[in-house]
Design a binder for this molecule. Sequence first.
Ligand SMILES: Cc1cc2nc3c(=O)[nH]c(=O)nc-3n(C[C@H](O)[C@H](O)[C@H](O)COP(=O)(O)OP(=O)(O)OC[C@H]3O[C@@H](n4cnc5c(N)ncnc54)[C@H](O)[C@@H]3O)c2cc1C
Length: 436
Amino acid sequence: MLTDPSRRSFLQASLGLAAAASLAAPSLMARPLRTNVRILILGAGAGGLSIASRLARQLEGASISLVGARQNHYYQPGYTMIASGLWRPGKVVSQTQDWLPRGVDWINQDALSLDPDAQQVGLANGQLLSYDLLIVATGCQLNYQDLEGMSPELIGQHGIGSVYASPEAAAITSQMIDDYRDQGGRAIFTLTHTPLKCAGAPIKMTFTTLSRLEATGQRQRYQVDFFSPNDNRVFGVPFYNDFVLQRFAEQQVGMFHQHRLTGIDAPSKTAYFRTSDGSTSSQSYDFIHVVPPMSAPDLIRQSPLAWQQGGMAGQWLEVDQYSLQHLRYPNVFGIGDVNGIPFGKTAASVKLQVPTVEQNILAYLQQQELPAKYNGYTSCPLITGIGKAMLAEFGYGAELLPSFSFIDPKEESWAVWIMKEKMLQPAYYAMLRGHI
Ligand SMILES: Cc1cc2nc3c(=O)[nH]c(=O)nc-3n(C[C@H](O)[C@H](O)[C@H](O)COP(=O)(O)OP(=O)(O)OC[C@H]3O[C@@H](n4cnc5c(N)ncnc54)[C@H](O)[C@@H]3O)c2cc1C
């Protein structure tokens, strides 16, 4: 049984099964809603572009502005393919301009300040913008600076790799892995203690590196260790966690639990970890894959829009995990990585969050109850080696949410690898246009 039609459409498009007609976004209203509402969307990434495309179709007379300085658009799910030596960086780069929907004003500046009480956003050039409705889609901030001695500039030096910072950082990470493969020694893979976008990426990097090392026929030349800040946990869904831990054991990956990366001394190739008893453990390496702590951008975490209490206080956007509406400012909605909710930091999550926010905004503008609920859907092909992957799809409560009867979510397959390598990128671009 195919379970959820909206979820299915993303994967169907990626599988090339969807006919062109079925790729058209479902029209929620027979006719566009007439309104003079002023909508500001912060962040012209996956979520921002996608919701802009949909609202531009649904509303007539509204002023819709998309705020974001970045000229390039990056297809981030391709970064692991670059860092695994399989794609060139140019494959994931396009122009923001190319994805802008008609009728949406692109304000080519970053937001620097946010006053939700005054309903105003301050731009880098000093301009103040007023809004009636705000959509926050600013993604994640990579906090390399929270690791003592570490900065993104070090990626590509002293055996340091990190897939996250940019397509170029991913490419140089691949080069670092090549150098390590040539020289041998010890590789360290890390995981951060914060929520992170694509929680599978640290694991994917470990598995594709193992494939590259095993291909030399001299696996004994390499000591590969994985450091997790958690207790016996490297992934939030028990089935995949157990699978990965078992596979690490089979592939002779040394597992260090309760080791949180706190710093790096790059010249001496030493990493520092805080252990469960509060002591510091120093570990030398020849290659290290650094996963930075992540948070919402400072703009959000230093604003009243951030969670005020609990584990996400001052770190992530406070929204209701189902409606994605702000819990204290009803004219604010959140999409994507910035949201302080359990799960939901993948492009596939954005695919489900965008129609949720779209429907809820249409209802909000008509003073109706918000009808749509996001179920936490999160998905990524969990790469388990070059040429194989499992389609991990899950939601709130770590419930598995498989989309297809013919893809076993608990089995590795070449078909899921092909989906990752060839089919998800066109589906992602269709999402930016609001087509799926
Ligand atoms: C290595 C890696 C592998 C991944 N693999 C997968 C995968 O296999 N499958 C999957 O589904 N997802 C994957 N993802 C996750 C996916 O890329 C993100 O979840 C998705 O891009 C989130 O969309 P977003 O709109 O929230 O953020 P983004 O797409 O990052 O966009 C945020 C935008 O906000 C802008 N911005 C930030 N601050 C401001 C400001 N102050 N003012 C204005 N604009 C601002 C940024 O410049 C950016 O343009 C991966 C990510 C990485 C890094």
